[in-house]
Every structure is written in structure tokens, then in C-alpha cells.
Design a protein around this ligand. Sequence first.
Ligand code: NAD
Ligand code: UFG
Length: 334
Amino acid sequence: MKILLTGGLGYIGSHTAVDCIENGHEVVIVDNLSNSKIEVLGSLKQITGKNIKFYKCDLCDFNKFSKILKKEKPDQVIHFAGLKAVGESVQKPLMYYNNNLVSTLNLLKAMELCDCNNLIFSSSATVYGEPKSVPITEDFPLSATNPYGRTKLMIEEILGDYQKANKYFNVVILRYFNPIGAHDSGLIGEDPNGIPNNLMPYITKVAFGKLKQLSVFGSDYNTPDGTGVRDYIHVCDLAHAHVLAINKNTENKGLLIYNVGTGKGYSVLDIVNTFIKNNKVDVPYKIVERRPGDIAECYASSKKASKELGFKAKYNLKDMVTSAYNYEKKHTNL
Ligand code: NAD
Ligand code: UFG
């Protein structure tokens, strides 16, 4: 099938592009490069041996984007494009609402114009707000605590309304938990601009001396070691969930929603200590105050994705920390 990936040069999109190609799909990427680099395209060619069609285009530019979609006529679209930094979304809410909502509305309008009726959408565990218990199942109440999360929630609702109005439209909403790690080749991985907000890219920068020390946000949570617990999933496992979702969309089921996590929770100190032990490096850290807005524990029930998509995580925590380290190593001039 021909699959168009919006935001396909980003962290999750690039790994998904590889898996799609390895599963016999043709990939077309549209990205405005606001949070990715054109060099990723070369890395994708190196990994897959395939020339991938790329358009530099902002989805907020409807005229330009709809022409691309009309020309390419993909069988399915995977919509990764979006801004994703929680803190920045609090500072610049209009930028987040504009980029994430307008790009999605433009995508849906353009898909309608060219009769493309199959979509996979990147949602997030953030839509569960502060969950009442763990593991989290897909029917838990939804809420948002910041503008970024609210864009995901709003888009989920828009997709629901649109699907009700268009019975030919199939959409799989994937609610990602915490993707970390990198492709085995070390050629693609997570490369955030500026100082990372997320745990794993921060750890790798500290390990290579680019940042002095990690701040562990809080050690007084009601968790086994007092630090926050999350469901970390290898980005290649997450990427594969999209290939399974492509297959699912062909069953014409309308709207489907799946958590994509491993179902296992690890604490911040589990991650730091596994990273230190497996990569034989030092990661200086200190315990500081809790980060405002953080929750104690968040991990998925992955039963629905397992039963209905056939999803099963292949990689363990050791694979996640070693691949993250190897990617950073390859991209650091020591
Ligand atoms: P990323 O920033 O690496 O990738 C997003 C890509 O979209 C970037 O390449 C960026 O240049 C592009 N983009 C942004 N706005 C665009 C626009 N208007 N037009 C065209 N391209 C645009 O992020 P990621 O980690 O790969 O995340 C992909 C998706 O998954 C995002 O929607 C994100 O919100 C969601 N998500 C990510 C996580 C995570 O922890 N990484 C967790 C849950 C959900
Ligand atoms: N943490 C630290 N120090 C850091 C960074 C993080 O101790 O420098 C801790 C956090 O307090 C938390 C854990 O590490 O306990 C994970 O934090 P991340 O920032 O890596 O991830 P979050 O779970 O806070 O949020 C991420 C994305 C959200 C997304 C959510 C669920 O940033 O956008 O996963 O998918 F919604």
C-alpha cells in the first residue's frame, strides 16, 4: 500500500517509515522540518536501500498540502505532524492550537477531496490526565492538564465526529505511552532541539558530558522507590504498532482506539540504573523537587492492542537503554 506519513522525518515517524518499507509498503513523507532535519531522509535511504519521496510542506498550508495529497493519492495516512513539548505549549498555547488543530483539519479536508478514507493518528497517554488507577485501559475518563494534551483530546473528538458523519472513514487512534530508544543501526533516533524535556534524551546528554547532571524530579511519590513510574516502550515496537494499524484499517471498522505501551512500569531510578549498568557509563544525578504537573504512575493495559492488533513488544528495557546510548554515541564527536 502507499502510505503517506505527515511528520515522517521526526522521531517516531522516521522509525515507522522504516518498518512500513520493511513490510512492503511504499512511503511518502511530508514534513515542514520544524522539529526534524533533512539528513534523516538520507539515513532512511541508508537503512532501507529505498528512495523515499519527500515533500517539505507545512500542513497548515492547505493549498500546497492538498495538491500533494491529490498527486500522491495514498491508500492510508499516518498523522505524526504536530508540536509536542508540554512546557512550550503552556507558554505558547496559540501556537500549539494553531499548528496541531489547523494541520489536522487541513489533512481531513484534503483527504476528503481525494477520497482517502484511512487514517492513523498519533495520540498520547496524556489524554488520560491524572488516571484514577493503573494499568490504564482505553475506556478510562479523558482530560487534559495543558494545551498540548488538550490538542490531542480535541483532535480525538474531531476524528470521532468526522467518523460518525462519514461511514467510509476508518481511523485508528494510537495512544502512545513513553517511547524511548533508537533504531539498531544507530542512524535514526531522538534528537530534540535544545535542552531535552524528556528523561531519556536528558540521560544520554549527561552520559556524554553535554549536560552536567540529571535532575530526578521527586523521590516522594507513592511508588516502590519514590520516583515517577512510566510505561517506556522501544520506539521500534511503537513503530510496528502502526504497521499493524494499517492492516486493521483495511477491515473497515470505523473508529478504533488503542493504548500502545508494554504494560510494564519502570521508575526514573530503574531507567537511570539500567542505563548506567548496561552502557558502563556514569550518569551523575541529584534528587530535586517534583516537576509541576507530573503524576506518580502511568502505565498501559496493552490487552486491547494485543488482542485486536496482535501487538506484542519485542524489546526490553536493556535494548531501550543501549540503543539510546548507541545513537547518541554515533552522533557525538568525541
Ligand atoms: P517529532 O517532533 O520528532 O516529530 C513530529 C514531526 O512533525 C517533526 O518532524 C516536525 O517537523 C513535523 N511537523 C510539526 N508540525 C508540522 C506541520 N504543521 N506540518 C508539517 N510537519 C510538521 O515528534 P515525535 O516524538 O516523533 O512525535 C510524533 C507524534 O506523536 C506527535 O504528534 C506527538 O505529539 C505524538 N506523541 C509523541 C510522544 C513522545 O513521547 N515522543 C508521546 C505521545 C504522542
Ligand atoms: N524526569 C526526571 N528528570 C528529567 C525528565 C523527566 O526525573 O529531566 C521524570 C519525570 O518526572 C517522569 C519521568 O521522568 O517521572 C518521565 O518524564 P518524561 O518527561 O520523559 O515523560 P512524561 O511521562 O512526563 O511525558 C511524556 C511526553 C508527553 C506524553 C507522555 C505520555 O512528554 O507528551 O509522555 O505519552 F504525553
